[in-house]
Design a protein around this ligand. Sequence first.
Ligand SMILES: C[S@@+](CC[C@H](N)C(=O)[O-])C[C@H]1O[C@@H](n2cnc3c(N)ncnc32)[C@H](O)[C@@H]1O
Length: 378
Amino acid sequence: MVTVLTPAVLRLLAAAPELAAAVVPGDLQVATSLRSTWPADLVAAATEQAALRARASSRLRDADAMVLTAAGLEQATSTAVARHRAARVAASATSAVDLCCGIGSDLREIVAAGVRAVGVDRDETHAWCARHNSGAAVAVADVRDVRLDGVDAVYVDPARRAGDRRGGSDPPLEWCFSLPVARVVVKAAPGLPLSAVAPGWEVEFVADGRDLKEACLWSPAWATAARRATVLPAGVSLAADPSTPQAEVRAPGRYVVDPSPAVTRAGAVADLAALLGDAWQIDERIAFLSMDSPTATPYGRLLEVAASLPFGVKPLGAELRRLDVGAVDLRRRGLAGDVDDLRRRLKPRGSRHAVVLLTRVDDKPWALVCFPVGPAGN
Ligand SMILES: C[S@@+](CC[C@H](N)C(=O)[O-])C[C@H]1O[C@@H](n2cnc3c(N)ncnc32)[C@H](O)[C@@H]1O
């Protein structure tokens, strides 16, 4: 049963913590027994809250104490990413307005970072949730009607337009770029076309582990680079410097670094090669880097190369058998083809887990059978 979560229902729920503690999502017997004491829609709403909190707990801190809606949770920034942004806001602003604050996942991190902040959302239920979750004042209004005189900094996380992964948003990015405040930071989809970003704004691509989460756009007063790659949870950030020379191109050596998607999207592969010191690219147009010594980096996954060969299903299958490989993580870069079909045709049966890079070397289709070095993650 999907309940309608209104501020009135949420207020009743907040006043009945014993109900919240008693519900068990998916347990009909418990729900039936609770309905003998509590109104049925309140039991349904409490059950829905419990399910949402359970769903939120993998990416939002203290999810058990939050008030959520399904739509609000779906659009909420994860705690790791929200904290990173909030720390950067707090480094140069003492007060901020969170326009489009949703259920307040970003807002509570901005507050926790020591910034005096208020939120605005036109959705009354989201505003109620944000108030509860952040402890900040939250106004119910259309952000286009908000006066921003004297405001130190603004954060906007516009609603994504349904099905649009390339940056279409409400309010639109152009509106965010024209806000009359010097310090503005806007959350955008990581696939947004860079041509849609206003001149002078920094684009920070943020990855959490291997997942590219977002493009965070910082106004010129805040920008410290045109593009940068940030990798969490390490919390490290690499600026793409247009004056960094392209890395040397050579055949793969003993190790490969598969850069974080934040690094490739930011165009910072040459900067990563320079940071690693003795790294080179395995092909002019391919972002895999190679090294002769195992230098670990938070900006990519370090792999040891066990076999390097021109791509072909039969020779690759033979190498996998020789290396006793059973499970393969197939990574394709610069080579077309159906990965699932290839996995079926390779039929690996051994006991080891390998990462197989399907790529190009000297513009020829190439395969590298690799084993991860150190802990998985970036
Ligand atoms: C992506 S969510 C914000 C998520 C939030 N940053 C978080 O981490 O919880 C976007 C929010 O923008 C609100 N919104 C969209 N257009 C708006 C407008 N013109 N005025 C006010 N709020 C708006 C929606 O109601 C929604 O709650």
